[in-house]
Design a protein around this ligand. Structure first.
Ligand code: ZN
Length: 217
């Protein structure tokens, strides 16, 4: 998001107060974090890696970033959560490096956002993936179930369920899942996935699943 060019005077006053407060409180030991859970959201692909290519040349990376950014923005009013994105722009980084960065941060959860593709345009729906080594009682599987349920409920998309696959998130030290938010190769879903209101529904659902998981863990 761009910052507005004109900043009202009251905002400047508040900013100065905030900076003063922060500089005063930063004097001693490292401050304890005010949030309770650190969640890493990974907008799949980016930069030289477009991900799946769909209807009209729609690229998966164009969908994953705005959804992730919405999750981030919607999380800001929750003092318990700190959401960190693995990319904030159209830039490439190696998927495993994103997971290793989350490990380094000591993140509590890792959610990778993707969109699907198939050779037949009639195929549509939402599915959530966990690494093949996770069994049905693992925290990652539970996270995947919650993501799947919430995103399907919010979008009304076909429920393709939770599936196993060999994934880069196997390196995650925290519960991790990958949500496929729809098919860029399906005309209806490709259109929906580009709309802000549909992206917003998905972001709300992902955040709801994260909150549910953290509440129940
Ligand atoms: Zn992908």
């Amino acid at each position: 998001m761009e910052r507005p060019l004109r900043i009202p005077a009251i905002s400047l006053v508040l900013l100065v107060i905030a900076i003063l407060f922060l500089s005063l409180s930063a004097g001693g030991d490292a401050p304890t974090p005010s949030y309770r859970y650190l969640v890493v959201i990974d907008p799949g692909h980016g930069g030289k890696d477009p991900g799946a290519i769909g209807i009209g040349g729609l690229e998966e990376k164009e969908i994953t970033l705005p959804i992730a950014q919405m999750v981030y923005i919607k999380s800001l009013d929750d003092p318990q959560l700190r959401v960190v994105l693995t990319r904030r722009d159209d830039e490439y980084s190696y998927p495993t490096d994103r997971v290793l960065a989350a490990n380094k941060l000591g993140a509590d959860l890792y959610v990778s956002i993707h969109a699907n593709a198939f050779s037949s345009a009639s195929v549509s729906g939402v599915e959530t993936l966990v690494n093949e080594t996770q069994n049905e009682s693992s925290p990652s599987y539970h996270l995947a179930e919650m993501l799947q349920e919430q995103v399907v409920a919010a979008t009304g998309a076909v429920d393709r369920g939770v599936k196993w696959a060999p994934l880069f998130i196997r390196r995650a030290k925290m519960p991790a899942a990958l949500v496929e938010t729809g098919f860029v190769t399906n005309p209806r879903e490709a259109k929906l996935l580009q709309s802000i209101s549909y992206q917003s529904k998905i972001a709300d659902a992902i955040l709801a699943a994260i909150r549910q998981f953290l509440r129940e863990k």
